[in-house]
Design a protein around this ligand. Sequence first.
Ligand code: NAD
Length: 375
Amino acid sequence: MILGLLKEYGNETRVALLPEIVKTFTDLKVNVLVEQGAGKTAFAEDADYIAVGAKVVSRANVLEQAEVLLQIQPPAGGDIQKIKETQVWISAFNPLSGTELVKTFLENGVTTFSLDLIPRTSRAQSMDILSSMATVSGYMAVLDAAMKLPTFFPMFMTAAGTIRPANVLILGAGVAGLQAIATSRKLGAQVQVFDVRSEVKEQVMSLGGKFVEVEGATEDKAAGGYAVEQTEEFKLKQQQAINDHAAKANVVICTAQIPGRKAPLLIPKEAVAAMKPGSVIIDLAASSGGNCEITKNDETVVYNGVTVVGQSNYPAQMPVDASRMFGKNVLNFMKLIIGEEGVLNLNFEDDIVKGTCITNKGEIYNERVKSVMNK
Ligand code: NAD
């Protein structure tokens, strides 16, 4: 197999494979072509890739010669027109919302895999880029909030008096939320947490957070561990409880999401207005509409003295470890499609390969994408 590693677009600083992971591919007899400068912003030089057996070439050469093309972002610009039916495209392209891209891939006949749709099963855990990137985001969200907050996170007893610890409110205790709890606690804050899935209560408590219970949440075992839409009655009750806690919080970290839907609105404008000036809201759900009404995706706005950060790519602010985790996930996934002597072997009998495949020879493979496209 010839694997082509592409440089990311725009402000993205990560790279899908660091040289240390490329080495494992070359050991597996995969030929790796790397686009010039692909790892630069993640502190990996072209020479580092060459040292582990890769060839460094231009983007045009990678796009022309590689059998399998790999980058983190979806293809943009004219790239999509250059990908041929005989090639395989692997990235995270959010096909549940990016249906136009799926249509183009269907027309081109290209075989595509979207890493954000790797099934969330125990066997696929080591390939789960969503968990890896959520870990980075949860951690970075807390550090960013701590830097923007005009007060300390920990309690201090000093000769100049006692400083009270910060109150952090976390909405959603999935992967990012749990990491945000752990990081806030390490920095000495008091942490309160809301989630609609009661099973996370113990996890929240084991990390030192306080789980705020609102009775009457709808849970669905068939949702595969994810949250589902809530009743209007529950939403009202939860809203009142969140408003009360937000008014006392110094920091709110929003992570609540429902797969394939707009993020639930949990902090309306009035709740922001009732918060203390100087408080900080970090909205990790910004790209799917945000949990806070004031949030603007990829922007920071100040409303009544409250700083609201809509940052949807914190991993790009930690390019080395974010790339390291992403690359390890990709390697574990690609081991399923690398056969003897490094040849490409697409085994669609494997549930992970089939579940992650979006299009193949003009057909949609992923069932969730199929149902979205048929709507
Ligand atoms: P997510 O990003 O979809 O959502 C984040 C959190 O927001 C979830 O905990 C959800 O319950 C919560 N939420 C949604 N609506 C809410 C509301 N109205 N109010 C409060 N909270 C709300 O979730 P995620 O972090 O991607 O993962 C969720 C779960 O998926 C995990 O906890 C785990 O059970 C499962 N998971 C499994 C694997 C695996 O087996 N490979 C990997 C990762 C996650």
